[in-house]
Design a protein around this ligand. Structure first.
Ligand code: ADP
Ligand code: ZN
Ligand code: ZN
Length: 734
């Protein structure tokens, strides 16, 4: 009897499907982790075999027949299969969606998992070819072109000379040329850089991690910017390679810059592959297959690289572990850090989380003994930590958001030919237009948010739904001709500074100036080689870049993160201030950091600048403990949205009613349900948005409740009025 195969298909259902194996295909050809085409609805779809079994809960005559598998060996190893099934359970995500998130698009579509190849043509020795091809001058030219190269010519090079594959085949049919196929080897750098001697702290970190090779242990490597974390990563990777293992290095979305790539390239003489959002489908498939087939030994990638297939994985490193981009915010909402930790646990290998500003989750895990802390306190080289100053904005008039004191300190630094970096986390000119007569405001017609005014070119844009329109010349309500632009964005700051510092070059970095691939790098080079410049930037500037000539950093709108409704806002502000401060005074110049605030007495802000991020984080952690918020409780968020606010609300209310009942049965460890309430951004792109929060002191009852709720098929079958999602361990509450 042919076996039954259980198949995961990429649809939003939380179940697998049983099929009968093709009786004409040998039974052994079906293995878990392989791709297989199966009939689904009226179409054939590609699924992943999760299990090969002999029995089904369904009557055999109801089961449809699967095709032969696409793969000769499983595309998901046992470990990856396990990780995906775990992830599907942990995040309550449809299992097919998880598998298909883990695969590059080309493989989802059924392309073969193979290394890239080239077709090389060589000329067969023929006498009198000129005679043979007398009537085909183009073919003769092609033959002569190929004959001129003893080792042959690749199809690509031939194509550059305007010959097609068909032209080659015509010659081959006449036995004038032959082809061979070669695998393209990845490029490998040979000029390995001399590694510096590790300082004592680096050496301890390195030795502790490498001593844990072949066992599971999670390390938190806490070290300020410039303390030599990257150097420690390199050594650990080197040690893993020396044992014949592969290394996986995860970096934030914004962190996979040519700088990072260059640094690893310089260091290693093994094939490195990069997995990031800038790749096209073919490049992504190539990198993935190079990892899977063992050709690539180091894999550096952003969030989704946590699913990179690696048979000899020896260590995982997560740089900037606190970074928000590790959490996927749509579809299958996983956190790459959590999955990476699961992966190292299952594979019995160490994992290193590195950062200058650990997440509170990671700090809590150090406190409870799950992670081991490794600290780098000194800056490598002789750079000194920056000094902090608070400017009390209540005591002086600001001109367009800038205090007099800040402007005069800027003058001092610029006079010394140094660079000044101003940080403001809002692009555009002004966040809202206001009518001074009737108080009309430039609201987005589709969101509960204002339209931001942009200049050069002039337009209004909603930063939530990207809706655009012209800048009104008069108030649409009362026709008053002069509208006031309220507040400050990067463009306005630039305009103000151009007037204030007419002889100084100003470089602005935000999503409007950096649109294309490669532009950021160009601008960063301009900054690195420049002196006496003012740099204005958003988040983009806060992470990972080294600016050796910056001696002054100012945060213009410190307060924006102090009083947010998101319980993580304070943590993020602390991380941002510390990270931005880390840009200052990297080399011989001593750096200064200025915070403009209307709340100079804010206790956490003062703790941060007087005692540093660590003390600040401990205090935040205590607040979280007192409020029983994550990481001291476990959270999941149901979200719903609908054009009709009642539909969004009713859907969540139904879930709540069911959950409340189920939770009562759960006994003492019950899960708390809060809501439904309107989301912080209540309306977005025309949809009303609601939330229902589930909170529990331990994970298990929460998990159980969630999966029981999701089994209530009738709720979700009737959910057509509202779109919904479930976010386990939500990071962004908006
Ligand atoms: P981080 O990743 O913590 O920001 P890096 O590893 O980039 O720090 O190190 C900062 C600078 O110090 C780099 O230029 C690096 O080459 C250098 N460096 C790191 N470790 C050492 C060392 N042990 N001796 C000398 N220079 C070092
Ligand atoms: Zn008006
Ligand atoms: Zn909008």
């Amino acid at each position: 009897l042919p076996p039954i195969i259980e198949v995961a298909i990429d649809i939003p259902l939380r179940q697998t499907f049983d099929y009968i194996a093709d009786p004409d295909t040998p039974t052994a050809a079906y293995q878990a982790g392989m791709r297989v085409p199966v009939p689904f609805g009226r179409k054939k779809r590609i699924g992943i075999i999760t299990q090969v079994k002999t029995k089904s809960d369904f009557p055999l005559n109801k089961l449809k027949k699967a095709d032969a598998p696409i793969d000769g060996t499983p595309i998901f190893s046992e470990e990856m299969l396990h990780l995906c099934l775990f992830a599907s359970e942990y995040y309550q995500a449809p299992v097919g969606e998880v598998f298909f998130t883990a695969l590059p698009k080309a493989l989802r579509e059924g392309k073969a998992c193979e290394l890239p190849q080239v077709r090389i043509w060589t000329a067969n020795p023929i006498d009198n070819v000129e005679q043979t091809l007398k009537r085909a001058p183009k073919q003769l030219r092609l033959y002569q072109l190929i004959r001129a190269q003893a080792n042959g010519l690749s199809q690509e090079v031939i194509a550059e000379q305007d010959f097609t594959l068909r032209d080659c085949q015509t010659l081959a049919d006449k036995d004038l040329i032959s082809q061979r196929v070669e695998i393209i080897e990845p490029e490998v750098n040979q000029n390995t850089n001399q590694a510096p001697v590790l300082n004592d702290e680096q050496a301890i970190a390195f030795e502790t991690v490498t001593a844990a090779f072949n066992t599971y242990q999670c390390f938190l490597l806490e070290g300020i910017t410039g303390s030599g974390k990257t150097e420690v990563y390199c050594r650990i990777v080197e040690a893993a390679l020396a044992q014949g293992k592969q290394a996986l290095v995860l970096v934030p979305e914004i962190g996979l810059t040519p700088q990072t790539v260059y640094r690893f390239r310089q260091r290693f003489s093994v094939p490195i592959c990069y997995l990031h959002s800038g790749l096209n489908d073919t490049e992504r498939k190539t990198a993935w297959c190079q990892a899977k087939l063992g050709q690539a030994r180091i894999i550096i990638g952003t969030r989704s690289a946590v699913f990179a297939p690696l048979n000899d994985l020896g260590v995982i490193i997560i740089d900037e572990e606190h970074d928000g981009s590790y959490k996927q915010q749509e579809g299958f909402r996983y956190h790459a850090r959590s999955l990476a930790i699961m992966r190292s646990f299952h594979q019995n290998i160490p994992i290193v989380l590195g950062t200058a500003t650990p997440s509170l989750e990671s700090f809590a895990n150090v406190e409870n003994g799950r992670y081991q802390l490794l600290k780098l306190n000194q800056r490598a080289g002789d750079a000194k930590p920056p000094t902090f100053d608070i400017i009390d904005c209540r005591k002086q008039r600001l001109t367009e958001g800038l205090s007099k004191n800040l402007v005069s300190v800027m003058r001092e630094h610029l006079a010394r030919d140094e660079q000044v970096l101003l940080f403001i986390n809002r692009r555009g000119y002004a966040p809202v237009l206001l009518c001074p007569s009737c108080a009309w405001m430039s609201d987005c017609p589709r969101c509960s948010a204002h339209l931001t005014m942009h200049q050069q070119p002039r337009y209004m844009q909603c930063h939530h739904c990207m809706h655009q329109c012209a800048v009104p010349t008069k108030c649409p309500r009362c026709e008053t001709p002069r509208l006031s632009a309220l507040g400050l964005g990067t463009q306005r700051l630039e305009t103000v500074l151009e007037k204030e510092f007419p002889d100084t070059q100003i470089v602005r970095i935000d999503r409007d100036t950096i649109r294309r691939k490669g532009e950021l790098e160009k601008t960063l080079d301009k900054i690195k080689n420049g002196r006496r410049q003012i740099l204005i930037g958003t988040q983009m500037l806060a992470k990972g870049h080294h600016f050796p000539n910056v001696s002054l950093v100012a945060i213009i709108d410190t307060d924006s993160g102090l009083f947010s409704s998101d319980f993580r806002a304070m943590e993020r502000t602390g991380q941002l201030v510390t990270q931005v401060a880390g840009r200052a005074g990297r080399e011989s110049i001593c750096g200064k950091v200025i915070l403009q605030t209307y709340h100079p007495d804010h206790p956490l802000l003062n703790l941060l600048i007087d005692n540093g991020y660590n003390a600040f984080a401990k205090a935040c952690l205590n607040d979280r403990r007192a409020a029983a918020l994550p990481p001291f409780s476990h959270m999941a968020l149901f979200r719903s949205q609908a054009q009709n606010p009642k539909a969004a609300n009713d859907f969540l209310q139904q879930i709540k009613d069911v959950a409340d009942n189920l939770s009562k049965d759960g006994g003492a460890d019950a899960v708390q349900l809060l809501g439904p309430v309107a989301a912080p951004i209540e309306k977005k792109a025309g949809f009303y948005r609601m939330q229902l929060m589930a909170l529990s002191s331990s994970r298990k009852p929460l998990q159980q409740l969630l999966s029981k709720v999701l089994e209530q098929k009738e709720i979700f079958a009737n959910a057509r009025q509202a779109r919904w999602s479930l976010d386990v361990d939500p990071m962004d509450m908006s």
